[in-house]
Design a protein around this ligand. Structure first.
Ligand code: BT5
Length: 260
């Protein structure tokens, strides 16, 4: 029996219209991740989506500010992963892959992923992914997966300087947020289904083709101080594998820079 046949019979199979089966469309919120998290605790089903036109307290990892004016796609999805080691890190990588594919398929734009959560075009960040796991009594209850995609955002604050870009900047025209969100959710659903059914390996195989991190020298800080090495792979747990003075280190912390 082929893998496909096996998987077809599995109870884990998802409804193909899962992502976006319920959509909360809001004008202005603090953070779509916060709204989605509240809804999830109230029992909102998997695939529930929260979209906002603008966020007052959009955030990145470590509660860093995420610039979220009108024009961008600020969207969060509630996931309730079942079984297997499906954690926030692997979901982040899966989400990045979905973004790269949608940019390619809709706009013929070549994007790359800086492990773990930055999607970049010509080395500038066009999208950030934030996945947050919420637990009840030490048990993972749900994951809120947020995408901040600079779609029709033309101006960026000075502090982002040359670090950021957007679809309108790259394409020279406005894009449809409706079409973008629909296709993004479709792509996410495709890969999330693979993740649930077949595990992380097939995703990783695809992910590495789009990453601009592998093969690069990276510098990061750990308890021992400033470290430098070559990023040469991503493990099945989603961690970055870095060779430092002949030894392999697994990196879960994710603040690092490319050295060259
Ligand atoms: C991220 O964090 O890249 C995750 C961003 C996730 C945002 C979405 S929007 C929908 C949902 N609701 C939320 O509240 N959040 C999610 P991190 O890797 O920590 O990167 C944050 C850094 O990116 C900041 O410190 C800035 O340097 C930079 N940055 C901020 N806003 C940006 C923007 N619009 N475009 C590009 N870079 C930005």
């Amino acid at each position: 029996m082929s893998k496909e046949q096996t998987s077809r019979g599995e109870p884990k199979e998802l409804n193909p219209m899962l992502m976006g089966s319920r959509i909360h469309y809001l004008r202005r919120v603090s953070s779509t991740n916060d709204v989605a998290s509240e809804l999830a605790y109230q029992g909102a089903p998997e695939g529930t989506v929260v979209v906002a036109e603008a966020q007052d307290e959009g955030r990145g990892r470590l509660r860093r500010r995420w610039f979220s004016p009108p024009g961008g796609l600020w969207i969060s999805v509630i996931l309730r992963p079942r079984g297997g080691p499906i954690d926030a890190l692997r979901i982040t990588l899966t989400a990045g892959l979905s973004v790269v594919e949608v940019l390619r398929d809709l706009y013929d734009l070549k994007a790359t992923i800086k492990w773990p959560n930055d999607v970049r075009v010509k080395s500038r960040k066009i999208c950030g992914v934030l996945s947050e796991m919420d637990s009840i009594e030490d048990q993972m209850d749900h994951v809120v997966l947020g995408f901040g995609l600079n779609a029709n955002v033309n101006e960026f604050p000075e502090e982002l300087g040359e670090e950021a870009t957007s679809l309108i900047r790259e394409l020279g025209k406005k894009v449809s947020l409706f079409e973008l969100s629909k296709e993004l959710l479709k792509g996410l659903e495709k890969w999330y289904l693979v993740l649930q059914r077949d595990g992380f390996e097939p995703i990783l195989k695809e992910w590495v083709k789009h990453s601009d991190t592998l093969g690069r020298r990276v510098r990061f800080k750990d308890q021992e101080g400033l470290r430098e090495g070559e990023a040469f792979g991503v493990d099945l747990d989603g961690s970055l594998l870095v060779k430092i003075e002949g030894e392999t280190r697994k990196i879960f912390i994710s603040d690092y820079i490319y050295v060259d």
